[in-house]
Design a protein around this ligand. Structure first.
Ligand SMILES: Nc1nc2c(c(=O)[nH]1)N[C@@H](CN(C=O)c1ccc(C(=O)N[C@@H](CCC(=O)O)C(=O)O)cc1)CN2
Length: 282
């Protein structure tokens, strides 16, 4: 049995072309989807991701503004900036690039973004709406994973999905989305006893731990679908995932690579959310 590599970059390209048409239709009715990204400090990975977001917006005609803020900005100053953007009718989407410096309360900041402009889907209103199955802005990485699984015809209903990681960005919402599609979901995390025993039961394994090549072939079930959310930059400049791709590849039925797997889908779903926000805020 040969393993299918689930390439996010291919799907992202196809979806971006469709989103470009949507943007053109909005331009025809004088709506110009606009995203403002706030980046605090000079974390090199964050800078890379923000540049990737800008470039992706540019490609499909979304206007993007990047506001670069000093590492030592006070929390109240940052909230003031968000408040201005909340009230600016020309800005449809607001995104604060994470992680934030230690002295800033992430929860407070994310809750300050107007829920209709919350293109990351991190605001408690959007989190709650997703939880009860209402229309919402859904976090980009989790919804990107669902789109990727769907495009590779992965059956979700009735399957046992095991998630490693319980972050608000990926772990919790991907569990919610899989549950909404009738998967049986198990959350695991750094305090889970006998983690490998749990992961070996997964039909679908979502790995979002942030530890380079953490999962190896002994941790998975033969024929499982493996989704790697990791993005660790090694000293040699290479980027690797949370899964030891080479060892797991032969045993899995389907697997996402890193790079070119989940990452590009995150960016594309941000474009999707920005267009959705532009439609909703007029
Ligand atoms: N406000 C947010 N902050 C962060 C998020 C987020 O969704 N919202 N997610 C991550 C970082 N992230 C986007 O911001 C992100 C990470 C990785 C990729 C990606 O495409 N990676 C490439 C590899 C890297 C490269 O090519 O240089 C890949 O996997 O192919 C995109 C976005 C944390 N912060």
């Amino acid at each position: 049995m040969s393993t299918t590599i689930m390439y996010g970059n291919t799907l992202a390209k196809k979806m971006s072309a469709e989103l470009k048409k949507e943007v053109e239709q909005l331009h025809d009715v004088d709506i110009y989807p606009t995203l403002t990204v706030l980046i605090i400090g000079d974390n090199p990975a964050s800078k890379t991701y923000v540049r990737m977001k800008q470039k992706a917006c540019e490609k499909i005609g979304i206007q993007s503004n990047v506001v670069e803020l000093q590492d030592d900005i006070s929390e109240s100053e940052l909230l003031g900036k968000i408040n201005q953007l909340n009230q600016d009718p020309t800005v449809h989407g607001i995104l604060v690039q994470l992680p934030l410096p230690q002295h800033i309360n992430e929860k407070k900041v994310l809750e300050y973004i107007h829920p209709q402009k919350d293109v990351d889907g991190f605001h408690p209103i959007n989190v709650g709406r997703l939880a009860i199955g209402h229309d919402a802005l859904i976090p980009c990485t989790p919804i990107g994973i669902i789109k990727l699984l769907e495009s590779y015809n992965v059956d979700i209903q009735g399957k046992h999905a095991v998630i490693i990681g319980r972050s608000n960005i990926v772990g919790k919402p991907i569990g919610q989305l899989l549950l909404n599609q009738n998967a049986t979901v198990t959350y695991t995390h750094s305090k889970t006893n006998n983690l490998s025993h749990m992961t070996r039961q997964a039909d679908i394994l979502i790995v979002a731990v942030g530890k380079a090549q953490f999962i190896s072939e002994d941790d998975i079930k033969e024929g499982a679908v493996i989704v790697d959310v990791g993005n660790t930059f090694l000293e040699n400049g290479k980027v690797v995932g949370d899964v030891d791709f080479e060892s797991v590849k032969e045993k899995a039925n389907k697997i996402t690579p890193v790079p070119k797997g989940v990452g590009p889908m995150t960016i594309t779903m941000l474009l999707h959310n920005t267009i959705k926000a532009a439609r909703n805020t007029v």
